[in-house]
Ligand binder design. Structure first.
Ligand SMILES: [Cu+2]
Length: 285
């Protein structure tokens, strides 16, 4: 198998009403199921295939916060309850890249990005404690694979108390070279076009010496992870490398952008036990 077929799950599932959804923004957009794309590199037995749309729609995720009015810079526990369409807990989940659930949290302007891993408590419930850096709206996306159903993602917008900082414009980068934590990372895209497979190649050097970095460590079982969101929200791509075993200087991925528009891409890599995250903004014609 070279790579699995892409499954795009584009639907607007309505999250079920829930009496205890502190801080939830019911008036904002509720994306429910997101477009989710997962590639299955050769030999990777650690990934569940994507659920088809009707299967994904039959699964509900209820997001709850420990605090009705979440405050910036203070611990907030997020819990996610995964249920079937009858409200019964779904209790078996496949491990995907070393975790049973991946969670991405972004601010509305995509300037804040966090990738964390809720712990499974049993009976369909995952929890994680985290902090939000300021007031404003955030999207929480959770990515998981109920056993026998397949990989899917669910999301929820929340509002954190306090005045949000001025939104940072999401502007396509004029240069696809960034320096983060002493690493110079260049993103090469072979062609950028909606609905076409393309290669993303992150090439990583030491920012000072310009020496290629070839001692990247596996992060969640692979050379890197890439998360892509579109500017408007609603499209979420979690992309895994085509050569998971690479240790740099190149980390290669393959994906396709479902529509034209502006997308933000976060590449995450690990060296010397420390994860670094490199953001890029691209315009897809
Ligand atoms: Cu993760």
């Amino acid at each position: 198998m070279k790579k699995a077929a892409i499954t795009l799950l584009l639907s607007a599932a309505i999250l079920s009403a829930c009496g205890n959804m502190g801080g939830m923004n019911h008036s904002g957009k509720m994306n429910g199921d997101k477009s989710s794309e997962m590639h299955h590199p050769t030999g990777n037995m650690d990934m569940a295939p994507a659920a088809d749309q009707s299967q994904a729609e039959s699964v509900k995720a209820m997001f709850m916060l420990s605090n009705d009015k979440p405050q910036p810079n203070s611990e907030t526990t997020i819990s996610v309850h995964v249920q079937d369409k009858d409200g019964k807990a779904i209790d078996k989940f496949d491990v995907n890249h070393e975790k049973q659930m991946h969670m991405i949290i972004v601010s509305k302007d995509l300037s804040f990005f966090n990738h964390i891993h809720p712990a499974y408590k049993g009976n369909g419930e995952f929890t994680v404690s985290t902090q939000f850096p300021s007031g404003g709206e955030y999207e929480i996306i959770s990515d998981f694979a109920p056993t026998g159903i397949g990989a899917m993602s669910k999301s929820q917008w929340i509002t954190v108390e306090g005045t949000p900082p001025a939104a940072k414009p999401i502007v396509p980068d004029t240069s696809l070279t960034k320096v983060v934590d002493g690493k110079e990372v260049t993103l090469f895209l072979d062609h950028v076009m909606a609905n076409m497979e393309l290669n993303l190649n992150f090439s990583i050097k030491d920012a000072q010496t310009k020496d290629p970095i070839s001692d990247l460590q596996p992060y969640l079982g692979a050379v890197g992870h890439v998360v892509i969101l579109n500017q408007e929200g609603g499209e979420y791509l979690h992309v895994h490398p085509t050569d998971e075993k690479s240790s740099g200087p190149d980390a290669k991925f393959m994906t396709s952008f479902p529509h034209s528009g502006v997308y933000k891409i976060w590449g995450q890599f690990q060296q010397n036990g420390k994860v670094f995250t490199v953001p890029f903004v691209v315009k897809v014609p």
